[in-house]
Each structure stands twice: as C-alpha cells, then as structure tokens.
Design a protein. Structure first.
Length: 619
C-alpha cells in the first residue's frame, strides 16, 4: 500500500530560563504522539487493510496477528528488579510498578500540536483486490504541553483523538450461485437456512483463480479513539515531592462485516489514577510511596445483522459469527500499592522495595452462549450441502448463570545493586520475589482448586564492559514469572451446578436442545477442570551483544534467547472410542465416550514449553 500521509506538527516554547531543557525532546513529525504511544504508520496501514479484526481484549487474536505480521523481537539489556520482564523478548512491555518516576521540571511553557491524515486516494491496489480502491481515511490529532503554575507546580497534559472511516478490503469464501438457497423440505427449517445464506454478500466469487468460492469485497468500519492524560509534579519543601497522574482512554469500533456478524462491535473505556510521594532524606537516598487504581470496562457485542448463533461450515465457506466468546461485558479493577527506595553509596546504587496488587474482575463472559452449529462433511455430503439441507453435525451451547466476581491478591519484593566495579566495567545484579494468590469468587459459585504460588524467585544480572578498541560488551540473564490470567480460571463459570456446556450430535437446528431436560439434576455436560497444582509459567531470558561506535555510525551484533517453562495447556479427554457393535458415526459419539456423565472433558495444566533463539545485526 502507498498511502497519502499528511503530517503537520507545531511546537512552541516560551522559557524564562533559556538554559532549561524543553519538556519534550526534539519533536519529529510522526503520528505516533498520543497518551498511549499511538500507532506507527505501518500499523495504521496494516490495521486498515488486514482482513482480521484484532479486539483490544482478545490476546489470542493478537497472537495470531503476530504470527502473520511478525513479532518485534527485543534484546534485553539491563532488566530492572522493580518489574517482571515476562515475554519482553517477544515485544511485550514490562509489568507496571507502583510508583511514578520523577521527571525534570522545566520552566516556562513548552508544547506540541500535531495533525496526521491518511487518505486512500493515493493507495495502491493490492494483489488480491478486485476493482478500484474504496474510500477510506484516518485523522489523528492532538497535542501535549507542560508548564509551571504558580503555587501549584508543574502541570503536564496530553490529548489525542483518532478517527478512522471508510472501507476495509478483504477476502472471504462465499457460496456459489447455485448454493444460495436452502434445500430443506421443512418450511421453518428452510427459512432458517435461507436466513443464514442471506448473511453472505450479494456478490458472487471474483477470485476463482485461487479458490472457486473466494470473494474479494469491501465493508465499512468506523473507529473512534480518545486518549488524555494530566500530571502534576509539586515540590513540598526541600525533601518531599508529590506526583499525581490521571489518564483516560476510550475506544469505540463499529467493526467491518465482510459477512454479516463477522466481528463484534467494541466499546472499551479505561482510566488510570496514580499518586506518588517522593521523600529525599539525603542527597544519596530517595524513597517513593505509591498508590494507583486502574479500571477497564469492556463491552463487545454482536452487530445488529448477526444471525444469532455461530455457524461453521467446515472451513469450506466463511463462518457466521462473531466468535464463541462474545458477548463480553467485563469490568477489570486493579488496586496497586508499594514503595521503591534507592541509595547511592560509593560505587553502588542499591534499589529495594515491594508492592501489592488487588485484582477485581466483574461481569459476564460466555462460551457459545449464543450456540454453535457445525455443518461438516457428513452423511455422504459436503459441509455446504449439509448447510443447505439443514442437517447439522453438532450443536454446542452453554446455559446457566455466567455473571461472576473474582478477587485475587499478588505481591512482589525486590532488591538490586548497580555496581560500578571499574570505569570500564559495571555489574547490575538483584533478585525479585513474586507471590500469586489463589483467586476466589465473591458469591462462592465455584472454588478455584490451586493455591498460592508463593515460591517464585527471579535472580538477574547484567554485565557491561567497555572492551578495547572501542567495543562495548553487554550480557545478561534473568528469570521472569507470569500470572495465571483471569481468562483461565474464569472457565470454571461454565461448570455445573450453575452452568452446563452441552453438546448434541446430529441436532435439529430449529430446536437443538429439545431432547435435553435442563430441569433434571443430572444434565450431561462438558466441564473444564483446573489442575490443583497449577502454577505460574516462567521464562529464562539471556542475551549477549557487541556494540561499536564509529565516527558517524553504530554497529550492534546481538544474540538473545529464552526458555519458557510450565506454559498452560489444555488436554481434551473423554473422547469417543471404537466399541464393537456400535457404528462409527457422529450420531453415536456420546454413546462411545468412556464416562457417560460427560461430553468432552477439558483439563488445564502446566504442560507447555517454548524455545526462542535469535540474532540481530544493526548498523
């Protein structure tokens, strides 16, 4: 793609003391200026033209995007003990610390305004695209400032707004001309299947050169994002300083729908409040006490034209969505408290401290609560033929109460030393302790079986050596732990007695649960169990690099690697087995399961490992 990019940046500075540094570095005309870091030009273009919707709370889709678009591999240099660096080598940021960092306070008024526009007028047509480029545009604008207010302190603010309008181009698999009507004989069933088929674009395949059902088409998308921050730095005498920060963010996406109901509409609101008191009892010692609160409210729902259930056709044509875990109505609150102290003595700079966090997760999350109908190659017919005939292979759905409130504590303690052994040699070393408490559900709807993971120690060291002939050597090693995510233990909400995950073989699409007695106390279900010994995954991270600065250039050669242990994995058990005298058909799947009380049984346990080795050369 060759987008037209119009960027305007205006900076201003009125300083009483011309020797004071401006509040912002030398501004560059990039649209990445925003409270959350914004988006680069490449990601903006990719986001508009990728035929995959990445939901802000859907890590699995983000993972798939990394697989397709590439990962920003990072060489870890000195890893601070204040935070965990789990998956940082894969581009993930370090975990948040409990205190705000003091920043230099400049005199006068400094600021920046920016405006960025991307227009499809000059976009090049992609290889797959049929016809001309459809209209689309993106506007991103905002600014930031810092100033001294008499009697109040240094005030810094940022604001940005991004608006995306227009068409998203992509490829989908759609029915052929002779596959657009139902072949069911029952009038009600025929009407249902025709409603499913009507969800596809009223266009026939136009890229039959690579698939006979491939259609390149366009659909509108509307995105609105607002970000803002306000920060106050105020000195309280010679030994104290208070830092206050408030950030707000809002995102609304009316998602593109190449097929009706393909992607959920998104409404995400978040705000972050931070307060830090810095005490400097001496020139060599600083102690920061911090408290913070973060709230993210997420609502992801089906778009108005969605057919209702999720419908899959064995990947022969595009499924009708959105995905199984929508709708989502979630509020995630995190309270964090802690302190960080540093003391400089001789050749050492010691850092130590700790923090504690309280997580609250409230809301409704689902797993096929709308129902999932599978039409597969079965009964001697293709998946599309079975769709037209209304003969489904499987129905999956969850019934019950899905609202939950989970609570969890976690804590960290750390100590580090930056040791200047020699003017040409520095060693950073330290240790970090992490404890992840066991979550609990406030209404006691279910019990999380694993206990506190309270024995996590993370040693770390990093060596920097100024070698002869202008070379700089860096090497380091650390262990980092991750938390068991709420989406994992949240799967317990689909278990009896409050919820049931039901699977029906060869169902009636009009009433797939007609033979299920939900009032009985013995409803067959597909439960998810967590291993009682479940613990936090962790990773060994290490790197080695050589750097050399020339007159007008830098050369860096790096090796980095990681070994991730105890990754979470899901084992699926109670599968149907061959039994003499019972036909091997989908209709007999449930009769051939070893435990007749259940359908599939899923176990979540630590059963994964990942290796990463990489090299980078930069000039």
């Amino acid at each position: 793609m060759l987008p037209l990019l119009l960027v305007a940046v205006a900076s201003f500075a009125f300083a009483a003391d011309k020797k004071s540094a401006p509040a912002t570095p030398n501004p560059k005309p990039a649209p990445a200026v925003s409270a959350r870091g914004g988006a680069s030009l490449g990601s903006a273009a990719a986001r508009r033209n990728e035929n995959v919707a990445v939901n802000a709370i859907d890590n699995d889709v983000a993972k798939e995007a990394n697989i397709r678009l590439g990962v920003n591999y990072t060489v870890l240099n000195a890893v601070p003990v204040e935070s965990s660096s789990y998956a940082r080598e894969l581009g993930k940021g370090a975990t948040e610390i409990a205190v705000l960092r003091p920043t230099p306070i400049a005199s006068g008024l400094h600021g920046e305004l920016f405006y960025f526009h991307q227009n499809s007028i000059f976009n090049a047509r992609t290889f797959f695209q049929v016809g001309g480029v459809k209209p689309s545009h993106q506007n991103n604008y905002g600014g930031r400032f810092t100033t001294q207010l008499r009697g109040l302190g240094a005030l810094t603010g940022t604001f940005s707004q991004r608006k995306i309008r227009g068409m998203v181009n992509g490829n989908v698999l759609v029915p052929l001309a002779n596959e657009r009507t139902s072949a069911a004989t029952d009038p009600a069933l025929r009407a249902l299947i025709n409603r499913f088929l009507a969800a596809y674009p009223n266009e026939l395949p136009n890229r039959r050169d690579f698939d006979e059902r491939a259609l390149n088409t366009n659909a509108p998308q509307r995105t609105d994002e607002i970000d803002g921050t306000l920060r106050l730095d105020r000195s309280l005498g010679s030994k104290f300083r208070i830092l206050l920060s408030q950030s707000l963010s809002r995102q609304r996406v009316a998602a593109f729908q190449l097929v009706a109901g393909q992607n959920p509409d998104t409404d995400i609101h978040s705000h972050r409040s931070r307060a830090t008191l810095v005490w400097s009892p001496s020139a060599a010692t600083d102690v920061s006490f911090g408290a913070g609160f973060t709230r993210t409210a997420s609502l992801l729902t089906s778009e108005p034209n969605a057919v209702g259930p999720r419908v899959r056709m064995g990947y022969q044509i595009e499924e009708l969505g959105p995905d199984s875990h929508f709708p989502i109505d979630r509020a995630l609150n995190t309270f964090r408290y802690g302190f960080v102290a540093s003391h400089r003595r001789s050749r050492h700079t010691f850092t130590f401290g700790g923090d504690a966090a309280r997580l609250q997760l409230n809301g409704i999350e689902t797993n096929n609560a709308r129902g999932l109908l599978w039409f597969t190659s079965n009964f001697g017919r293709t998946a599309i033929e079975n769709l037209r005939a209304g003969t489904a292979t499987t129905f999956e759905g969850t019934v019950g109460e899905f609202s939950r409130g989970y609570r969890q504590w976690s804590g960290n303690a750390f100590f580090g030393d930056q040791w200047r052994v020699h003017p040409r040699l520095q060693i950073n070393w330290g240790v970090r302790y992490n404890a992840e408490g066991s979550p609990n559900e406030v209404n006691h709807w279910e019990d999380v079986p694993y206990r506190c993971d309270c024995n996590n120690l993370s040693p770390r060291f990093h060596i920097t050596w100024q070698a002869p002939h202008g070379w700089l050597l860096r090497t380091g090693y650390t262990i980092s732990f991750d938390a068991i995510p709420p989406v994992t233990y949240g799967q317990l909400r689909y278990n009896p007695p409050n919820s049931y995950y039901i699977q029906v073989q060869n169902p009636d699409p009009l009433n797939p649960l007609k033979n299920i007695n939900l009032q009985s106390g013995n409803v067959r279900t597909s439960p998810t169990y967590l291993d009682k010994n479940l613990v936090s995954p962790y990773v060994h991270q290490y790197s080695f690099s050589l750097e050399r600065r020339f007159k007008d250039a830098n050369l860096r050669l790096s090796y980095f690697g990681s070994r991730t242990i105890k990754l979470l994995n899901v084992f699926q058990e109670n599968r149907a087995e061959p039994i003499p005298g019972i036909p091997l058909t989908t209709a007999t799947v449930d009769a051939r399961r070893p435990d007749p009380r259940f359908y599939d049984v899923k176990y979540v346990l630590n059963a994964g490992i990942a290796y990463l080795d990489g090299a980078q050369a930069a000039f």
